[in-house]
Design a protein around this ligand. Structure first.
Ligand code: SIN
Length: 535
C-alpha cells in the first residue's frame, strides 16, 4: 500500500516547545506498561505517559482473569495446544511455549506484589473459559480481575522513586531521527506540546476497539499506538484480526458492558429468543467453543431468529454461587431490572481485542531501533488469528517484563549527554476548519461495525475502503488541535490498514470470516499480512 497521511500529526519546532529528558519513556500505563516500568533498572529515570488517569486502560476492565498452568492435573502442553488451536494456525509456536511456561511465575510475582486472587479451600480458585481444556484461569473480586491486578501494580510502581507518571497527556507521535526512535512528541494542558527525549521508548498503548460501534473497550482505546508506530515506520501485521467478544450486554441505554466468558465457564447457557440452547448446532464444544466460533454462531442465530440479540441463561445454576462469583455483573444488570440468577441477560458480540499490531520479537523489540512494545498494541505471535480467553493479561505481563528488561539494558549502554537531533515539522497551509469530528467518528464506527465486523465480504469491504479513503483524504492532512481530532486521525489510519488487510486475505481464519471465501486456505494464506510505511 502507498504511504498515506503525514509523518507527524502536528507542526513543531525545537526552539518553540519545551524539552524534557528521561532515560526510558513508556507510553501507556495498562498492565504491560506498568510491568515494563517495574523491570527498569532503578538507576534509570523512567516516565510513564498516559492519555487519562492510570486507571483508564483495557487492563483495568478485564473481567475473566489470567490463564496459567497452576494445577498439577494440567500441564504446559495442554495450554500450548489450546492456544494454538484457538489461534487458527497462525500462532508462533515458540512464542506460545515461552509465554505459557512463564505464566505461573508471572502470576506468583503478582501475588508477591499484593494482588489478591480468589481462593477456594485455601488454594487459587481456577475458572474455565472458552477454548481451554482445563480449569486454569486465576481471577479476582469474582469478575473484576483487571481492577485488582491494576491496583496491585499501580501501588507497586507508586513506590518506585525512579518512575514518574504524566497523566492526561496525549502522545502525538514517536520522534525518529535517521530511523532510530528518540522519544515522543506529547501534549498536555499544562505544557502544551513537549518534546520528550528518551534513550529507549516502550509502546504499551493497548487496543483499538473504539473503531467499532459495539465494543467492550473504554473510550481511550482508539489505536493511537498502532497509528503512531505506523507513521514512524515500524512494521505492523495481522491488522485484519479483530476479536469480537461473544457476550456484550445489549440493553438500550446501557453501556456495552462485557459479560465475562467465565459465566459460560461456570455453566451458563446461550439461548435464542425462543429459549433454545443453540451452540451445539454449531460446535461440539457448545458454549465453551473459542470466541471466534461463538461470536460467528451468535450472529447466525440472531439472523435465523430475526432478533437483535441472544441471551445468557444462568437460572439453572446455584443462585448464591452466581452472585458471589459475578458481583459486578449482577450489580450492573440489576440497574436495568435484570436479576442474573433468574432472568435471561440480553447479549450480542462486540469488538473486544485487537490481535494485529506492531511486530515484536520475543524480547518485545520492534523493527525500529530504540522502540520496544508490549501488550495489545503488538503482534507477538502469541494469539494468531484468534486470542484464547485470558491470555491477554498474561501476554502483557510476560512481554511487559521482557520489553522493560531489554529497554533497560539498552538505555544503560547510552551516555547521559546523548545529542538531541534537530527534528522539526513545518506547519502546513491550513484549510478552514469545517470538520465535524464527532460525526466522522460515529460514521466510521458504524461503517466498521457493518462492513468490517464479525462477517465480511467483498462488497462491504470495498465500500469501506472507498469511504475511509475519502475521509482520510480530507482528515489526515489537517493540523487538528484537539485530542478528539488526533484520535480520529489515528482511528482512520488504523481503519485503512484493517480494511486493506481484510480485503487481501481471501480466506476465513480465526476472527476473519469472509462470506465469499468461507474456507481456511493454508496453502496460500498461512502467513502474515505486513504493513510498513514507505519513507
Ligand atoms: C472475559 O472475561 O470474557 C474477557 C477475558 C478476556 O478477554 O480474555
Amino acid at each position: 500500500m502507498r504511504a498515506f497521511g503525514r509523518r507527524y500529526l502536528v507542526p513543531f519546532h525545537p526552539k518553540r516547545v519545551p524539552h524534557h529528558f528521561t532515560d526510558v519513556l513508556i507510553i501507556g500505563g495498562g498492565l504491560a506498561g506498568l510491568r515494563a516500568a517495574l523491570a527498569i533498572d532503578p538507576k534509570l529515570q523512567t516516565l510513564v505517559i498516559t492519555k487519562l488517569a492510570l486507571q483508564q486502560s483495557n487492563s483495568q476492565y478485564a473481567q475473566g482473569g489470567i490463564a496459567g498452568v497452576m494445577d498439577p492435573e494440567d500441564n504446559f502442553a495442554n495450554h500450548v495446544a489450546d492456544t494454538i488451536r484457538a489461534g487458527g494456525d497462525l500462532c508462533d509456536e515458540a512464542i506460545v511455549e515461552l509465554v505459557v511456561r512463564e505464566a505461573p511465575r508471572r502470576i506468583q510475582e503478582l501475588i508477591g506484589w499484593g494482588a489478591r486472587f480468589d481462593l477456594e479451600s485455601g488454594s487459587l480458585a481456577l475458572g474455565r473459559e472458552g477454548g481451554h481444556s482445563h480449569d486454569r484461569i486465576v481471577h479476582a473480586l469474582g469478575d473484576a480481575t483487571g481492577r485488582e491486578v491494576m491496583r496491585a501494580v499501580i501501588e507497586k510502581t507508586a513506590g518506585l522513586r525512579n518512575v514518574d507518571n504524566w497523566s492526561d497527556t496525549f502522545t502525538l507521535d514517536l520522534l525518529t531521527h535517521e530511523g532510530v526512535v528518540r522519544g515522543a512528541l506529547v501534549w498536555n494542558l499544562k505544557h502544551g506540546k513537549t518534546l520528550v527525549w528518551a534513550k529507549q521508548t516502550i509502546l504499551c498503548t493497548g487496543g483499538a476497539g473504539q473503531l467499532y460501534r459495539e465494543t467492550t473497550n473504554p473510550d481511550v482505546a482508539t489505536g493511537d499506538g498502532h497509528a503512531m508506530a505506523y507513521r514512524a515506520g515500524a512494521e505492523l501485521r495481522d491488522m485484519e484480526f479483530m476479536q469480537f467478544h461473544p457476550t456484550v450486554l445489549y440493553i438500550a441505554g446501557s453501556s456495552r458492558n462485557l459479560i465475562t466468558e467465565a459465566m459460560r465457564g461456570e455453566g451458563a447457557y446461550l439461548v435464542d429468543r425462543a429459549g433454545k440452547r443453540f451452540m451445539f448446532e454449531y460446535d461440539e464444544r457448545g458454549e465453551l467453543a473459542p470466541r471466534d466460533v461463538v461470536s460467528q454462531s451468535i450472529v447466525l442465530q440472531m439472523e435465523k431468529t430475526r432478533h437483535p440479540n441472544v441471551y445468557l441463561d444462568l437460572s439453572h445454576l446455584d443462585a448464591e454461587r452466581v452472585r458471589k462469583r459475578f458481583p459486578g455483573i449482577a450489580a450492573c444488570c440489576a440497574e436495568f431490572g435484570i436479576d442474573i440468577t433468574r432472568d435471561r441477560i440480553p447479549v450480542r458480540p462486540g469488538a473486544h481485542y485487537m490481535m494485529g499490531g506492531v511486530t515484536v520479537d520475543d524480547h518485545g523489540r520492534t523493527t525500529l531501533p530504540g522502540l520496544w512494545a508490549a501488550g495489545e498494541v503488538t503482534s507477538s505471535g502469541l494469539h494468531g488469528a484468534n486470542r484464547l480467553a485470558s491470555n491477554s493479561l498474561l501476554e502483557g505481563l510476560v512481554f511487559g517484563a521482557h520489553a522493560g528488561e531489554g529497554a533497560s539494558a539498552a538505555a544503560l549502554q547510552i551516555d547521559d549527554d546523548f545529542r538531541v537531533p534537530l527534528i522539526e515539522n513545518a506547519p502546513q497551509e491550513q484549510a478552514a476548519d469545517l470538520l465535524d469530528i464527532v460525526d466522522i467518528r460515529n460514521s466510521l464506527k458504524s461503517l466498521m461495525w457493518h462492513s468490517v465486523g464479525v462477517r465480511r465480504e467483498l462488497a462491504g469491504l470495498s465500500d469501506a475502503e472507498e469511504t475511509i479513503g475519502r475521509w482520510c483524504g480530507y482528515v489526515l492532512n489537517r493540523q487538528l488541535t484537539t485530542s478528539a481530532g488526533w484520535e480520529l486521525q489515528n482511528m482512520l489510519t488504523i481503519a485503512r490498514l484493517m480494511v486493506d488487510a481484510a480485503l487481501r486475505r481471501q480466506e476465513s481464519r480465526g476472527t476473519h470470516l469472509r462470506l465469499d471465501f468461507p474456507e481456511l486456505d493454508n496453502a496460500h494464506w498461512r502467513k502474515h499480512i505486513v504493513f510498513q510505511r514507505e519513507g
